[in-house]
Design a binder for this molecule. Structure first.
Ligand code: G16
Length: 544
Protein backbone atom coordinates (compact mmCIF):
# COMPACT_ATOMS: atom_id res chain seq x y z
CA UNK A 1 0.00 0.00 0.00
CA UNK A 2 1.40 3.37 -0.93
CA UNK A 3 0.95 6.74 0.65
CA UNK A 4 0.04 9.36 -1.92
CA UNK A 5 0.73 13.04 -1.56
CA UNK A 6 -2.05 15.01 -3.24
CA UNK A 7 -1.57 18.63 -4.31
CA UNK A 8 -4.41 20.87 -3.18
CA UNK A 9 -5.43 24.52 -2.91
CA UNK A 10 -6.31 26.02 0.49
CA UNK A 11 -9.89 26.99 1.35
CA UNK A 12 -10.43 30.21 3.22
CA UNK A 13 -13.57 29.19 5.13
CA UNK A 14 -12.41 26.33 7.34
CA UNK A 15 -12.65 28.21 10.60
CA UNK A 16 -14.05 25.97 13.34
CA UNK A 17 -17.02 27.53 15.14
CA UNK A 18 -18.44 26.95 18.61
CA UNK A 19 -18.01 23.22 18.11
CA UNK A 20 -15.88 22.22 15.12
CA UNK A 21 -16.28 22.91 11.42
CA UNK A 22 -19.90 22.77 10.28
CA UNK A 23 -20.94 23.29 6.67
CA UNK A 24 -23.50 22.09 4.21
CA UNK A 25 -22.88 18.54 2.95
CA UNK A 26 -22.42 19.98 -0.54
CA UNK A 27 -19.50 22.06 0.73
CA UNK A 28 -17.86 19.02 2.30
CA UNK A 29 -18.36 17.17 -0.99
CA UNK A 30 -16.26 19.68 -2.91
CA UNK A 31 -13.04 18.01 -4.07
CA UNK A 32 -10.38 17.98 -1.31
CA UNK A 33 -12.54 19.95 1.17
CA UNK A 34 -12.75 17.26 3.84
CA UNK A 35 -9.19 16.06 3.19
CA UNK A 36 -7.81 19.59 3.55
CA UNK A 37 -9.42 20.04 6.94
CA UNK A 38 -8.36 16.62 8.20
CA UNK A 39 -4.78 17.34 7.12
CA UNK A 40 -4.99 20.72 8.87
CA UNK A 41 -6.02 18.93 12.06
CA UNK A 42 -3.11 16.50 11.80
CA UNK A 43 -0.62 19.26 10.95
CA UNK A 44 -1.71 21.19 14.03
CA UNK A 45 -0.99 18.20 16.31
CA UNK A 46 2.36 17.03 17.57
CA UNK A 47 3.63 13.72 18.86
CA UNK A 48 0.90 11.34 17.75
CA UNK A 49 3.15 8.88 15.90
CA UNK A 50 2.20 5.33 16.85
CA UNK A 51 -0.61 6.56 19.10
CA UNK A 52 -4.37 5.94 19.05
CA UNK A 53 -7.04 7.97 17.26
CA UNK A 54 -10.74 7.45 17.99
CA UNK A 55 -13.08 7.93 15.01
CA UNK A 56 -16.87 7.96 14.88
CA UNK A 57 -19.86 10.12 14.22
CA UNK A 58 -23.58 10.56 14.56
CA UNK A 59 -24.42 8.53 11.45
CA UNK A 60 -25.57 11.45 9.38
CA UNK A 61 -25.26 11.58 5.60
CA UNK A 62 -21.55 11.43 4.56
CA UNK A 63 -20.53 9.90 7.91
CA UNK A 64 -19.47 6.55 6.45
CA UNK A 65 -17.51 8.02 3.55
CA UNK A 66 -15.76 10.52 5.83
CA UNK A 67 -14.72 7.74 8.24
CA UNK A 68 -12.96 5.94 5.36
CA UNK A 69 -11.12 9.09 4.28
CA UNK A 70 -10.05 9.89 7.83
CA UNK A 71 -8.78 6.36 8.45
CA UNK A 72 -6.67 6.40 5.28
CA UNK A 73 -5.28 9.82 6.15
CA UNK A 74 -4.62 8.83 9.77
CA UNK A 75 -2.68 5.79 8.54
CA UNK A 76 -0.70 8.03 6.19
CA UNK A 77 -0.01 10.50 9.01
CA UNK A 78 1.48 7.80 11.23
CA UNK A 79 -1.13 7.00 13.86
CA UNK A 80 -0.51 3.54 15.31
CA UNK A 81 -4.08 2.53 16.02
CA UNK A 82 -7.60 3.69 15.26
CA UNK A 83 -10.61 2.80 17.38
CA UNK A 84 -13.75 3.10 15.27
CA UNK A 85 -17.33 2.74 16.43
CA UNK A 86 -19.08 -0.06 14.53
CA UNK A 87 -20.80 1.34 11.45
CA UNK A 88 -18.85 4.55 11.97
CA UNK A 89 -21.13 5.35 14.92
CA UNK A 90 -20.07 7.03 18.15
CA UNK A 91 -22.13 9.58 20.02
CA UNK A 92 -20.16 12.64 21.07
CA UNK A 93 -20.18 11.70 24.79
CA UNK A 94 -19.33 8.08 23.94
CA UNK A 95 -16.39 9.25 21.82
CA UNK A 96 -15.19 11.31 24.77
CA UNK A 97 -15.57 8.26 27.01
CA UNK A 98 -13.65 6.00 24.60
CA UNK A 99 -10.81 8.52 24.20
CA UNK A 100 -10.38 8.68 27.97
CA UNK A 101 -10.82 5.01 28.74
CA UNK A 102 -8.38 3.84 26.07
CA UNK A 103 -5.94 6.68 26.65
CA UNK A 104 -6.12 7.71 23.03
CA UNK A 105 -4.14 10.64 21.69
CA UNK A 106 -7.41 12.19 20.54
CA UNK A 107 -10.44 11.64 18.39
CA UNK A 108 -12.27 12.91 15.35
CA UNK A 109 -16.04 13.16 15.71
CA UNK A 110 -18.26 13.60 12.67
CA UNK A 111 -21.36 15.56 13.50
CA UNK A 112 -23.21 18.79 12.97
CA UNK A 113 -24.97 18.11 16.24
CA UNK A 114 -28.61 19.19 16.23
CA UNK A 115 -28.51 20.54 12.68
CA UNK A 116 -30.52 18.52 10.12
CA UNK A 117 -28.77 15.87 8.00
CA UNK A 118 -29.08 14.66 4.42
CA UNK A 119 -27.58 15.54 1.02
CA UNK A 120 -28.80 19.15 1.22
CA UNK A 121 -28.29 19.63 4.93
CA UNK A 122 -25.35 19.84 7.32
CA UNK A 123 -22.19 17.92 8.10
CA UNK A 124 -19.45 18.62 10.59
CA UNK A 125 -16.13 17.49 11.92
CA UNK A 126 -14.42 18.25 15.20
CA UNK A 127 -11.28 17.18 16.96
CA UNK A 128 -11.21 16.16 20.62
CA UNK A 129 -8.01 16.01 22.62
CA UNK A 130 -6.59 13.38 24.98
CA UNK A 131 -8.79 14.54 27.87
CA UNK A 132 -11.80 13.62 25.70
CA UNK A 133 -12.84 17.25 25.33
CA UNK A 134 -13.21 19.60 22.38
CA UNK A 135 -9.98 21.09 21.10
CA UNK A 136 -9.22 24.33 22.92
CA UNK A 137 -9.38 27.59 20.95
CA UNK A 138 -5.61 27.76 20.59
CA UNK A 139 -5.67 24.48 18.71
CA UNK A 140 -8.68 25.27 16.53
CA UNK A 141 -7.04 28.56 15.61
CA UNK A 142 -3.88 26.71 14.63
CA UNK A 143 -5.95 24.35 12.45
CA UNK A 144 -7.60 27.30 10.76
CA UNK A 145 -4.27 29.04 10.15
CA UNK A 146 -2.85 25.86 8.60
CA UNK A 147 -5.93 25.33 6.44
CA UNK A 148 -5.40 28.73 4.84
CA UNK A 149 -2.06 27.84 3.35
CA UNK A 150 -2.32 24.08 2.93
CA UNK A 151 -0.75 22.90 -0.31
CA UNK A 152 -0.94 19.11 -0.02
CA UNK A 153 -2.38 16.25 1.97
CA UNK A 154 -1.35 12.64 2.42
CA UNK A 155 -3.59 9.61 2.08
CA UNK A 156 -3.02 5.88 2.00
CA UNK A 157 -4.04 4.17 -1.22
CA UNK A 158 -6.11 1.27 0.11
CA UNK A 159 -9.46 -0.47 -0.08
CA UNK A 160 -12.18 0.70 2.26
CA UNK A 161 -12.14 -0.79 5.74
CA UNK A 162 -15.06 -3.02 6.75
CA UNK A 163 -16.42 -0.79 9.51
CA UNK A 164 -19.51 -2.92 10.11
CA UNK A 165 -17.84 -6.00 11.60
CA UNK A 166 -16.36 -5.94 15.07
CA UNK A 167 -12.69 -6.86 15.21
CA UNK A 168 -9.33 -5.64 14.03
CA UNK A 169 -7.03 -5.50 11.05
CA UNK A 170 -4.21 -3.47 9.57
CA UNK A 171 -4.56 -0.46 7.32
CA UNK A 172 -1.03 0.17 6.10
CA UNK A 173 0.99 0.56 9.29
CA UNK A 174 -2.05 1.41 11.43
CA UNK A 175 -4.15 -1.11 13.31
CA UNK A 176 -7.89 -0.49 12.98
CA UNK A 177 -10.19 -1.85 15.67
CA UNK A 178 -13.93 -1.75 15.17
CA UNK A 179 -15.51 -1.52 18.60
CA UNK A 180 -19.04 -1.74 19.94
CA UNK A 181 -20.05 1.94 20.17
CA UNK A 182 -22.20 1.41 23.27
CA UNK A 183 -20.19 -0.91 25.57
CA UNK A 184 -17.69 1.46 27.19
CA UNK A 185 -20.28 4.18 27.61
CA UNK A 186 -22.92 1.91 29.16
CA UNK A 187 -20.33 0.52 31.59
CA UNK A 188 -19.44 4.06 32.67
CA UNK A 189 -23.10 4.92 33.31
CA UNK A 190 -23.41 1.86 35.56
CA UNK A 191 -20.64 3.27 37.77
CA UNK A 192 -22.42 6.62 38.18
CA UNK A 193 -26.04 5.70 38.78
CA UNK A 194 -27.97 3.24 40.90
CA UNK A 195 -29.25 0.94 38.16
CA UNK A 196 -30.90 -1.38 40.71
CA UNK A 197 -32.96 1.39 42.20
CA UNK A 198 -33.95 2.79 38.82
CA UNK A 199 -34.93 -0.72 37.67
CA UNK A 200 -37.11 -1.17 40.76
CA UNK A 201 -38.83 2.15 40.17
CA UNK A 202 -39.47 1.24 36.54
CA UNK A 203 -40.84 -2.21 37.32
CA UNK A 204 -43.03 -1.03 40.21
CA UNK A 205 -44.52 1.66 37.96
CA UNK A 206 -43.33 4.48 40.24
CA UNK A 207 -41.37 5.71 37.24
CA UNK A 208 -42.50 5.48 33.63
CA UNK A 209 -40.34 6.83 30.86
CA UNK A 210 -40.42 7.81 27.20
CA UNK A 211 -37.19 8.68 25.43
CA UNK A 212 -37.09 10.29 21.99
CA UNK A 213 -33.85 9.53 20.17
CA UNK A 214 -35.05 11.62 17.21
CA UNK A 215 -33.71 9.06 14.68
CA UNK A 216 -30.26 10.12 15.75
CA UNK A 217 -27.25 8.51 17.35
CA UNK A 218 -28.59 7.98 20.87
CA UNK A 219 -31.07 5.28 19.78
CA UNK A 220 -28.74 2.28 20.25
CA UNK A 221 -27.38 3.70 23.53
CA UNK A 222 -30.82 4.36 24.96
CA UNK A 223 -32.17 0.95 23.89
CA UNK A 224 -29.27 -0.87 25.50
CA UNK A 225 -29.31 1.14 28.73
CA UNK A 226 -32.99 1.93 29.27
CA UNK A 227 -34.62 -1.17 27.81
CA UNK A 228 -31.99 -3.92 28.12
CA UNK A 229 -30.11 -2.98 31.28
CA UNK A 230 -32.79 -1.08 33.23
CA UNK A 231 -35.74 -3.17 32.11
CA UNK A 232 -37.93 -0.36 30.74
CA UNK A 233 -40.56 -1.83 28.42
CA UNK A 234 -39.74 -2.27 24.73
CA UNK A 235 -40.87 0.87 22.93
CA UNK A 236 -39.70 3.17 25.71
CA UNK A 237 -37.16 4.46 23.19
CA UNK A 238 -38.93 6.05 20.24
CA UNK A 239 -37.34 7.00 16.92
CA UNK A 240 -34.47 4.76 18.01
CA UNK A 241 -32.85 3.87 14.70
CA UNK A 242 -30.20 6.35 13.55
CA UNK A 243 -30.97 7.49 10.00
CA UNK A 244 -28.65 9.50 7.70
CA UNK A 245 -31.29 12.25 7.42
CA UNK A 246 -32.76 11.78 10.93
CA UNK A 247 -36.04 10.82 9.27
CA UNK A 248 -36.25 14.27 7.70
CA UNK A 249 -36.48 15.85 11.15
CA UNK A 250 -34.45 18.43 12.97
CA UNK A 251 -32.69 16.46 15.72
CA UNK A 252 -32.77 19.26 18.25
CA UNK A 253 -34.37 18.28 21.56
CA UNK A 254 -36.50 21.28 22.38
CA UNK A 255 -40.21 22.03 22.60
CA UNK A 256 -40.40 22.88 18.91
CA UNK A 257 -38.49 20.01 17.34
CA UNK A 258 -39.17 17.22 19.83
CA UNK A 259 -42.91 17.76 19.39
CA UNK A 260 -43.72 14.00 19.30
CA UNK A 261 -42.43 13.64 22.83
CA UNK A 262 -44.05 16.89 23.94
CA UNK A 263 -47.45 15.50 22.84
CA UNK A 264 -46.84 12.19 24.63
CA UNK A 265 -46.01 14.02 27.85
CA UNK A 266 -49.41 15.71 27.96
CA UNK A 267 -52.38 14.48 29.97
CA UNK A 268 -53.11 12.28 32.96
CA UNK A 269 -51.91 9.07 31.31
CA UNK A 270 -48.59 10.48 30.16
CA UNK A 271 -45.37 8.85 31.38
CA UNK A 272 -43.94 10.40 34.52
CA UNK A 273 -40.69 11.32 32.81
CA UNK A 274 -39.66 12.14 29.26
CA UNK A 275 -36.25 12.70 27.74
CA UNK A 276 -34.86 13.47 24.32
CA UNK A 277 -31.42 13.79 22.83
CA UNK A 278 -29.98 15.41 19.72
CA UNK A 279 -28.14 14.35 16.56
CA UNK A 280 -24.88 13.39 18.26
CA UNK A 281 -26.27 12.61 21.70
CA UNK A 282 -24.77 15.41 23.73
CA UNK A 283 -27.86 17.57 24.22
CA UNK A 284 -30.88 16.67 26.29
CA UNK A 285 -34.37 17.83 27.03
CA UNK A 286 -36.17 16.57 30.12
CA UNK A 287 -39.85 16.78 30.91
CA UNK A 288 -42.29 15.62 33.50
CA UNK A 289 -45.98 14.98 32.88
CA UNK A 290 -47.29 18.32 31.54
CA UNK A 291 -44.09 19.96 32.70
CA UNK A 292 -41.04 21.21 30.81
CA UNK A 293 -37.77 21.70 32.68
CA UNK A 294 -35.57 24.44 31.24
CA UNK A 295 -31.95 23.39 30.75
CA UNK A 296 -30.87 26.06 33.23
CA UNK A 297 -33.26 24.73 35.87
CA UNK A 298 -32.23 21.18 35.08
CA UNK A 299 -28.61 21.99 35.90
CA UNK A 300 -29.65 23.61 39.17
CA UNK A 301 -31.93 20.73 40.21
CA UNK A 302 -29.32 18.10 39.32
CA UNK A 303 -26.73 19.99 41.35
CA UNK A 304 -29.03 20.34 44.34
CA UNK A 305 -29.86 16.60 44.28
CA UNK A 306 -26.53 15.19 43.09
CA UNK A 307 -25.66 13.48 46.35
CA UNK A 308 -28.68 11.18 45.91
CA UNK A 309 -26.77 9.40 43.12
CA UNK A 310 -23.77 7.10 43.74
CA UNK A 311 -21.41 8.84 41.31
CA UNK A 312 -21.84 12.18 43.09
CA UNK A 313 -22.56 10.99 46.63
CA UNK A 314 -19.46 12.76 47.95
CA UNK A 315 -20.68 16.13 46.72
CA UNK A 316 -19.58 18.52 44.01
CA UNK A 317 -16.29 20.38 43.70
CA UNK A 318 -17.97 23.23 41.87
CA UNK A 319 -20.49 24.07 39.16
CA UNK A 320 -19.84 25.78 35.84
CA UNK A 321 -22.35 27.30 33.46
CA UNK A 322 -22.07 29.27 30.25
CA UNK A 323 -22.70 32.99 30.55
CA UNK A 324 -26.12 33.02 28.84
CA UNK A 325 -27.34 30.15 31.05
CA UNK A 326 -29.56 31.38 33.87
CA UNK A 327 -28.17 32.02 37.32
CA UNK A 328 -30.30 29.25 38.91
CA UNK A 329 -27.24 27.04 39.44
CA UNK A 330 -25.36 29.92 41.10
CA UNK A 331 -27.90 29.91 43.91
CA UNK A 332 -27.44 26.21 44.49
CA UNK A 333 -23.65 26.63 44.48
CA UNK A 334 -23.95 29.43 47.02
CA UNK A 335 -26.14 27.28 49.26
CA UNK A 336 -23.69 24.38 48.97
CA UNK A 337 -20.74 26.68 49.62
CA UNK A 338 -18.98 25.74 46.38
CA UNK A 339 -17.69 27.82 43.47
CA UNK A 340 -19.77 28.61 40.41
CA UNK A 341 -17.94 29.54 37.20
CA UNK A 342 -19.40 31.60 34.36
CA UNK A 343 -17.77 30.74 31.04
CA UNK A 344 -18.36 31.73 27.41
CA UNK A 345 -20.69 29.61 25.29
CA UNK A 346 -19.02 26.38 24.15
CA UNK A 347 -18.34 23.19 26.05
CA UNK A 348 -14.61 23.58 25.41
CA UNK A 349 -14.49 26.31 28.04
CA UNK A 350 -15.39 23.79 30.75
CA UNK A 351 -12.45 21.51 29.94
CA UNK A 352 -9.83 23.19 32.09
CA UNK A 353 -12.18 23.52 35.06
CA UNK A 354 -13.06 19.83 34.86
CA UNK A 355 -9.44 18.74 34.36
CA UNK A 356 -8.33 20.86 37.31
CA UNK A 357 -11.04 19.36 39.53
CA UNK A 358 -12.65 22.76 40.09
CA UNK A 359 -16.04 21.84 38.65
CA UNK A 360 -18.01 18.61 38.76
CA UNK A 361 -21.25 19.58 37.00
CA UNK A 362 -21.52 21.86 33.97
CA UNK A 363 -24.45 23.11 31.98
CA UNK A 364 -25.61 25.35 29.21
CA UNK A 365 -28.93 26.85 28.29
CA UNK A 366 -28.56 25.21 24.87
CA UNK A 367 -29.83 21.91 26.30
CA UNK A 368 -26.40 20.77 27.43
CA UNK A 369 -25.64 19.20 30.79
CA UNK A 370 -22.73 17.07 31.85
CA UNK A 371 -20.13 16.27 34.43
CA UNK A 372 -16.53 15.32 34.95
CA UNK A 373 -17.25 11.72 33.82
CA UNK A 374 -16.40 12.75 30.25
CA UNK A 375 -15.40 16.05 28.65
CA UNK A 376 -18.51 16.62 26.57
CA UNK A 377 -22.04 17.36 27.52
CA UNK A 378 -24.02 14.17 27.72
CA UNK A 379 -27.70 13.80 26.89
CA UNK A 380 -28.36 10.29 28.13
CA UNK A 381 -26.30 10.90 31.27
CA UNK A 382 -28.63 13.79 32.19
CA UNK A 383 -31.68 11.61 31.57
CA UNK A 384 -30.23 8.85 33.77
CA UNK A 385 -29.32 11.28 36.53
CA UNK A 386 -32.89 12.57 36.54
CA UNK A 387 -34.20 9.00 36.60
CA UNK A 388 -31.95 8.16 39.53
CA UNK A 389 -33.14 11.21 41.46
CA UNK A 390 -36.80 10.44 40.64
CA UNK A 391 -36.32 6.83 41.72
CA UNK A 392 -34.97 8.01 45.08
CA UNK A 393 -37.35 10.89 45.74
CA UNK A 394 -40.50 9.22 44.37
CA UNK A 395 -42.01 12.63 43.59
CA UNK A 396 -43.14 14.10 40.29
CA UNK A 397 -40.82 16.23 38.18
CA UNK A 398 -43.19 19.18 38.63
CA UNK A 399 -43.14 18.83 42.42
CA UNK A 400 -39.37 18.59 42.53
CA UNK A 401 -38.87 21.67 40.36
CA UNK A 402 -41.52 23.83 42.02
CA UNK A 403 -40.15 22.94 45.43
CA UNK A 404 -36.71 23.92 44.13
CA UNK A 405 -38.10 27.32 43.10
CA UNK A 406 -39.69 27.85 46.50
CA UNK A 407 -36.34 27.24 48.11
CA UNK A 408 -34.02 29.07 45.73
CA UNK A 409 -36.33 31.38 43.79
CA UNK A 410 -37.29 30.99 40.14
CA UNK A 411 -35.24 32.26 37.24
CA UNK A 412 -37.76 32.81 34.47
CA UNK A 413 -35.78 32.13 31.36
CA UNK A 414 -36.18 32.01 27.60
CA UNK A 415 -34.08 32.19 24.45
CA UNK A 416 -35.36 33.75 21.24
CA UNK A 417 -33.58 32.76 18.03
CA UNK A 418 -33.70 34.65 14.75
CA UNK A 419 -32.25 32.22 12.25
CA UNK A 420 -30.58 32.71 8.86
CA UNK A 421 -30.54 36.48 9.26
CA UNK A 422 -28.46 38.43 6.77
CA UNK A 423 -24.96 38.34 8.25
CA UNK A 424 -24.27 42.05 7.69
CA UNK A 425 -27.56 42.98 9.35
CA UNK A 426 -26.78 40.78 12.35
CA UNK A 427 -23.29 42.19 12.75
CA UNK A 428 -24.73 45.69 12.35
CA UNK A 429 -27.16 45.00 15.17
CA UNK A 430 -24.35 43.89 17.47
CA UNK A 431 -22.24 46.94 16.54
CA UNK A 432 -25.23 49.16 17.23
CA UNK A 433 -25.55 47.68 20.73
CA UNK A 434 -21.83 48.14 21.36
CA UNK A 435 -22.16 51.79 20.40
CA UNK A 436 -25.17 52.27 22.65
CA UNK A 437 -23.61 50.47 25.60
CA UNK A 438 -21.64 53.28 27.27
CA UNK A 439 -24.73 55.51 27.58
CA UNK A 440 -27.20 52.95 28.89
CA UNK A 441 -26.39 52.65 32.59
CA UNK A 442 -29.13 54.20 34.70
CA UNK A 443 -31.71 54.32 31.91
CA UNK A 444 -35.19 53.25 32.98
CA UNK A 445 -37.50 51.10 30.85
CA UNK A 446 -40.85 50.38 32.50
CA UNK A 447 -40.13 48.46 35.70
CA UNK A 448 -36.49 47.96 34.81
CA UNK A 449 -33.41 50.09 35.29
CA UNK A 450 -30.19 49.24 33.47
CA UNK A 451 -27.23 48.76 35.77
CA UNK A 452 -24.49 48.02 33.24
CA UNK A 453 -23.98 46.87 29.69
CA UNK A 454 -20.85 44.99 28.69
CA UNK A 455 -19.39 42.64 26.12
CA UNK A 456 -18.62 39.48 28.08
CA UNK A 457 -15.01 38.44 28.32
CA UNK A 458 -13.56 35.52 30.22
CA UNK A 459 -10.18 34.81 31.71
CA UNK A 460 -9.69 31.10 32.23
CA UNK A 461 -8.74 30.67 35.90
CA UNK A 462 -6.58 27.65 35.09
CA UNK A 463 -4.42 28.73 32.16
CA UNK A 464 -5.10 32.46 32.06
CA UNK A 465 -6.28 32.43 28.43
CA UNK A 466 -8.68 35.22 27.56
CA UNK A 467 -11.80 35.08 25.36
CA UNK A 468 -13.35 38.42 24.43
CA UNK A 469 -16.55 39.59 22.69
CA UNK A 470 -18.58 36.64 23.94
CA UNK A 471 -21.96 38.34 24.01
CA UNK A 472 -23.48 41.68 24.98
CA UNK A 473 -25.04 41.63 28.42
CA UNK A 474 -27.63 44.15 29.49
CA UNK A 475 -27.79 43.80 33.25
CA UNK A 476 -30.66 45.33 35.21
CA UNK A 477 -30.62 46.50 38.81
CA UNK A 478 -33.00 43.72 39.98
CA UNK A 479 -30.73 40.97 38.62
CA UNK A 480 -32.67 40.50 35.39
CA UNK A 481 -30.67 40.25 32.16
CA UNK A 482 -30.93 40.37 28.41
CA UNK A 483 -28.01 38.91 26.47
CA UNK A 484 -27.39 39.25 22.73
CA UNK A 485 -25.09 36.83 20.88
CA UNK A 486 -24.53 35.57 17.40
CA UNK A 487 -24.49 31.79 17.22
CA UNK A 488 -21.27 30.03 16.33
CA UNK A 489 -22.94 26.87 15.05
CA UNK A 490 -25.22 27.98 12.20
CA UNK A 491 -24.37 27.21 8.59
CA UNK A 492 -26.52 29.80 6.87
CA UNK A 493 -26.31 33.58 7.36
CA UNK A 494 -26.25 34.51 11.03
CA UNK A 495 -28.41 33.39 13.92
CA UNK A 496 -29.17 36.06 16.50
CA UNK A 497 -29.80 34.68 19.97
CA UNK A 498 -31.55 36.83 22.55
CA UNK A 499 -31.44 35.38 26.07
CA UNK A 500 -33.94 36.70 28.62
CA UNK A 501 -33.89 36.14 32.35
CA UNK A 502 -35.84 37.44 35.34
CA UNK A 503 -35.47 36.33 38.91
CA UNK A 504 -38.56 35.86 41.09
CA UNK A 505 -38.17 35.05 44.75
CA UNK A 506 -41.84 35.22 45.76
CA UNK A 507 -43.42 31.75 45.52
CA UNK A 508 -46.81 33.37 44.86
CA UNK A 509 -45.44 34.89 41.67
CA UNK A 510 -43.59 31.82 40.43
CA UNK A 511 -46.45 30.25 38.50
CA UNK A 512 -46.62 32.61 35.52
CA UNK A 513 -46.32 31.58 31.91
CA UNK A 514 -42.70 32.19 30.94
CA UNK A 515 -43.16 34.47 27.92
CA UNK A 516 -45.69 36.56 29.86
CA UNK A 517 -43.35 36.80 32.84
CA UNK A 518 -40.61 38.02 30.50
CA UNK A 519 -42.90 40.28 28.45
CA UNK A 520 -41.36 43.61 29.42
CA UNK A 521 -37.83 42.32 28.94
CA UNK A 522 -38.74 40.97 25.49
CA UNK A 523 -40.03 44.39 24.49
CA UNK A 524 -36.95 46.15 25.88
CA UNK A 525 -34.67 43.79 23.96
CA UNK A 526 -36.54 44.44 20.74
CA UNK A 527 -36.36 48.20 21.18
CA UNK A 528 -32.73 48.40 22.25
CA UNK A 529 -31.42 46.21 19.46
CA UNK A 530 -33.90 47.46 16.84
CA UNK A 531 -34.48 43.81 16.01
CA UNK A 532 -37.40 44.29 13.66
CA UNK A 533 -35.91 47.14 11.69
CA UNK A 534 -32.49 45.53 11.37
CA UNK A 535 -33.46 41.90 10.71
CA UNK A 536 -36.82 42.44 9.03
CA UNK A 537 -38.31 39.86 11.38
CA UNK A 538 -41.52 40.32 13.32
CA UNK A 539 -40.92 37.39 15.64
CA UNK A 540 -38.24 34.85 16.52
CA UNK A 541 -38.07 31.62 14.53
CA UNK A 542 -37.57 29.47 17.59
CA UNK A 543 -38.41 30.18 21.21
CA UNK A 544 -36.99 27.84 23.81
C1 G16 B 1 -22.59 23.58 20.63
C2 G16 B 1 -21.61 23.77 21.73
C3 G16 B 1 -22.30 24.29 22.95
C4 G16 B 1 -23.07 25.54 22.62
C5 G16 B 1 -24.01 25.28 21.48
C6 G16 B 1 -24.71 26.52 20.98
O1 G16 B 1 -23.47 22.58 20.96
O2 G16 B 1 -20.96 22.57 22.03
O3 G16 B 1 -21.35 24.52 23.91
O4 G16 B 1 -23.78 26.00 23.72
O5 G16 B 1 -23.31 24.76 20.39
O6 G16 B 1 -23.76 27.38 20.48
P1 G16 B 1 -24.16 28.64 19.64
O7 G16 B 1 -25.06 29.44 20.53
O8 G16 B 1 -22.87 29.29 19.32
O9 G16 B 1 -24.93 28.18 18.42
P2 G16 B 1 -23.74 21.40 19.97
O10 G16 B 1 -24.75 20.53 20.66
O11 G16 B 1 -24.27 22.06 18.73
O12 G16 B 1 -22.42 20.76 19.75
Amino acid sequence: MTIRTIATEPFDDQKPGTSGLRKKVKVFQRPHYLENFVQSIFNALEGFGGKTLVVGGDGRYLNREAVQTILKMAAAAGFGRALVGQGGILSTPAASCVIRKHQAFGGIILSASHNPGGPDEDFGIKYNAANGGPAPEKLTEAMFAISRSLKEYRILEADDVDIDSLGGGMLGGMRVEIIDPVDDYAALMETLFDFGRIRDALTSGALSVRFDAMHAVTGPYAREILENRLGAPAGTVMNGTPLPDFGGGHPDPNLVHAHDLVEIMRGPNAPTFGGASDGDGDRNMVMGRDFFVTPSDSLAVLAANATLTPGYADGLAGIARSMPTSGAADRVAAALGIDCYETPTGWKFFGNLLDAGRATLCGEESFGTGSAHVREKDGLWAVLMWMNILAVRQETVADIVTEHWRKYGRNYYSRHDYEAVDADAANGLMDHLRELAPGLAGRVFGDYTIETVDDFSYTDPVDGSVATKQGIRVLFTDGSRVVFRLSGTGTQGATLRVYLERYEQDPAAQGQETQAALGQLIAIAGDLAEIKARTGRDAPDVIT
